[in-house]
Design a protein around this ligand. Sequence first.
Ligand code: B12
Ligand code: SF4
Length: 442
Amino acid sequence: MKITFIKPNMGLVAGRPYYDRGRMEPLTFAVLAGLLPADIECVLYDDRYERIPYSEVTDMVCINVEIYTARRSYEIADRYRRQGVKVVLGGFHVSMIPDEAAQHADCLMLGDAEEVFPQLVNDFAAGRLKNSYQGHFPPRLDGLRTRWDIFAGKSYLPLRLTQFSRGCPNHCRFCATGSLYQQTHCYRPPAEVAAELAEQPHDFVFFVDDNIVAQPDAAKELFRLLIPQKKRWIGQASLSFVDDAELMDLMKRSGCAGLVVGFESTSPENLKQMGKNCNMHLDSYAPVIEKIRDVGFQLWAAFLMGCDADDTASIKKTVQWAIDQKFCFAAFNILSPYPNTPIYGEMLEQNRLLYDKWWLDERYHFGDCVFRPARMTPDELTEICFWARRQFNHPVNIFKRAFDFKTNAKDLWSLATYFAYNPLFRRELFKKHGMVLGYQHK
Ligand code: B12
Ligand code: SF4
């Protein structure tokens, strides 16, 4: 049997597919392929830079669907189904809004696939594929065997992606993880993760966990095992780790080079609306940032712009603050309510959404505001968010931010990473701004 995995692209820029030069290996498929017996042939096509060979013979197509790729995913699914090929859709967006995805699939994979994907494939082989399969949570995550070999010959950034844990104990009101995992968190046996990484030739690893420090004792066990491997790693973490000196020390000794941290906003009112409880107890970000600088981690600071206390002046202030902190990278994301999150429900109830389903709407462009903000017009929010990205990534500011001798310029490797990725991300932000989602437009 042959299974074709597809990682869909987002859409078109000036009538042509958007090709992301900063793309990373799509870990999801290495995990899915690893759940299957070796005699099942698995191939991967990455629509983010490859053409999909629709005429190639295959038994089943499996597509990973996220909100920004939903429209393109459905186009691909519809085309395969017209050719008579069975299509399975899975991923966050499918689990959040299954009724929509069901219109484009023979079968839906809802939730985590570890315990059900082999059954799904068996049922397909026996001709009794069901309409949907519901993954259990927490899934059993021991004994996994990630099949990174499906990326052979593909072109991705030179870092290995892996995952130690799933879910998050927090429930931020805008976040799909918060809604899907309902404040639960589980992890793989640390020794298995360490053993798997020891076999990898890569000396740079990205842990895609939503919150790698969610269970500090387990994280410490993993970090202790990573120390002798002398790899560098990056990950995502909520700010709780700063209160645990032992954890911070182990992170550093195990090779932590940098972290994606959701600061989201400097306004307590906004943090309250977001339900960002893990940041709300902090009087100020200054002491935590200082502690993180002291251990030398480079920060990728994430901000969410457009909550009710934001106006153009407050956003400008936040951007200047981010520049002054000399963050290595920052994402200024515009608040974009995802279906079935509390913030989506709130906007719907208050009749503030501008589109029925913005992620499928032809009028929507990447970076557009999709709701009525409290203190700005939607266009003002769109403009100020694009300005925020341009300003933070302006060549003068890239240069200014580089010279933090505790982080970005602490050694040659950090400085080289800084100057390799800042211009790349800057180019991508201009390229993708205004992209339309999907390829087929009237
Ligand atoms: C790593 C990551 C990234 C990386 C990309 C990595 C890559 N390979 O390209 C970076 C940082 C670049 C990134 C970017 C973005 N991301 Co992102 N990302 C993630 C993150 C943290 C992990 C994804 C991952 O690899 N998981 C590990 C794998 C093993 O798990 P999984 O994908 O969930 O798959 C499991 C199941 O869902 C299931 N499954 C999944 N797909 C399928 C398909 C089939 C057929 C089957 C059977 C099963 C199945 O099987 C797997 C095993 O159980 C997720 C959050 C998360 N917890 O997953 C967000 C997440 C997917 N990202 C998200 C978003 C919004 C974005 C951005 C749009 C952000 C932005 N504003 O720019 C961009 C653009 C994404 C794009 N498509 O181009 C959202 C999507 C929300 C939604 N409702 O769809 C998420 C869920 C974050 C969140 N909490 O809101 N992202
Ligand atoms: S801490 Fe991060 S991953 Fe967890 S619910 Fe909040 S935004 Fe989502």
